[in-house]
Design a protein around this ligand. Structure first.
Ligand code: ACO
Length: 376
């Protein structure tokens, strides 16, 4: 990253004021996987630290999981969807190339004043999305943002490939960001990429190779595990160091590191390079596996809700993924959750029903308008 310092508006900070996560209820254990491919619970736990992962129900998708996480985040911020200026969704398993997952969620929330788009930076996507949203707030372009990481990776995993299928799971996490004049919030974000390593970790989009090709390419995630492992341990450590330095802090000033939950051994090796004890690292990989863009916000939300992360804590979020991409964010977590006012709770719930009705009426109106115009 260059030494250019952005011109943020003086006295504007981007605080995380709401958070929520969604984990599907269905669990797939290592023993379940051992019935499907040639593997064992012992091998998976030893090499990855994963014991089980969640699998989204039929009918669920990054849209529905992301929507539920977003609603919880809005509730914890005690905000109405109408107050959102921007929705950024990071996902590696979108249902559509377009519309963006963010637009579908915008409609379902009834966030009538929000711009909405997706970020594709694989597992680093949430860090990228957070960086974009925080910068928009800090330059004064917007006041509020919803940032979501959401995945149904189970739909793009090749369940016959034991090298990848043991790793991934489904889930979603969301943050609400709001402008404040109180120092703190998202202090710094660093983002990096190296497209020369794109072949190490990829999933085709399913687009046909040429216009008259009969079949689309299957959308299966492929990976060179050993190479990704080597890259990951290196960049998780370097990005953590970089973001801490940028904020003018030292590693000793950090209360918690929340790494992308890809492999426990990657986390241990990266934290070992930084000489950071495991007691200061948030780890939940054993229960969820690698949920790509959702892994960091899910780990943060669990740690906040269990009281592990508390007000005034300084966190580093750090991730890596396909692209290759990597990045880190440093956050001062100052906010104690609000107790939602019952009347606003009711307004939010009524608002979601109204949003569905409004969306239906808009579609109907477009249909009727097209009919009327055609007849003229
Ligand atoms: N069960 C049993 N044996 C297995 C399995 C399995 N599930 N998978 C591989 N093996 C075997 C291999 O075939 C190999 O056997 P061999 O020695 O007879 O050839 C042996 O185990 C060792 O294989 P390695 O690939 O060297 O095992 P490794 O210790 O590297 O672990 C793993 C593999 C877990 C995939 C590891 O490399 C890893 O975690 N890499 C990083 C993955 C990652 O973080 N991806 C990020 C995705 S982020 C995103 O953007 C989507």
């Amino acid at each position: 990253m260059s030494n250019h310092r952005p011109n943020y508006a003086p006295g504007r900070y981007a605080h995380i004021v709401g958070w929520g996560m969604e984990a599907p209820t269905r669990t797939l254990t290592n023993d379940d996987l051992a019935q499907m491919v040639d593997t064992s619970d012992e091998w998976i736990r030893e090499r990855t630290g994963i014991s089980e992962r969640r699998i989204a129900d039929a009918g669920d998708s990054p849209i529905t999981l992301g929507l539920r996480a977003a609603r919880k985040a809005l509730a914890s911020a005690d905000m109405l969807p109408d107050e959102l200026d921007l929705i950024v969704v990071a996902t590696s398993s979108p249902v559509y190339l377009f519309p963006a997952t963010a637009c579908v969620i915008q409609d379902k929330l009834g966030a009538g004043h929000a711009g909405a788009f997706d970020v594709m930076a694989a597992c680093t996507g949430f860090i990228y999305a957070l960086g974009i949203a925080a910068a928009q707030i800090k330059i004064g372009a917007i006041d509020t943002a919803l940032v979501i990481g959401t995945e149904t990776l189970s739909r793009i995993v090749d369940w016959s490939d034991r090298g990848t299928c043991i790793l991934f799971g489904d889930g979603a996490g969301a943050f609400i960001l709001r402008e404040s004049d109180a120092p703190g919030g998202v202090l710094e974000v660093v983002m990096h990429s190296d497209g020369s390593g794109g072949n190490l970790l990829y999933a085709p989009s399913g687009i046909r190779s040429q216009w008259d090709a009969p079949e689309a390419i299957p959308v299966n995630a492929r990976m060179n595990g050993a190479e990704v492992f080597r890259f990951a341990t290196h960049v998780m450590a370097s990005a953590t160091r970089e973001v801490v330095e940028r904020a003018g802090l030292r590693l000793e000033d950090i209360d918690w590191v929340v790494p992308h939950q890809a492999n426990l051994r990657i986390i241990q090796s990266a934290m070992g390079r930084l000489k950071l004890p495991e007691e200061r690292v948030v780890i939940n990989i054993s229960r969820y596996g690698n949920t790509s863009t959702a892994s960091i916000p899910m780990a943060v939300v669990e740690a906040v809700e269990s009281g592990q992360i508390g007000p005034d804590n300084r966190l580093v979020l750090v991730g890596f993924g396909g692209g290759l991409t990597w990045g880190a964010a440093i956050i001062e977590w100052e906010v104690t959750p609000k107790r939602p006012a019952p009347v606003r709770e009711l307004m939010r719930e009524a608002g979601y029903i109204l949003a569905a009705i409004r969306s239906f009426l808009r579609r109907l109106w477009r249909f009727l308008e097209a009919l009327i115009l055609r007849e003229r």
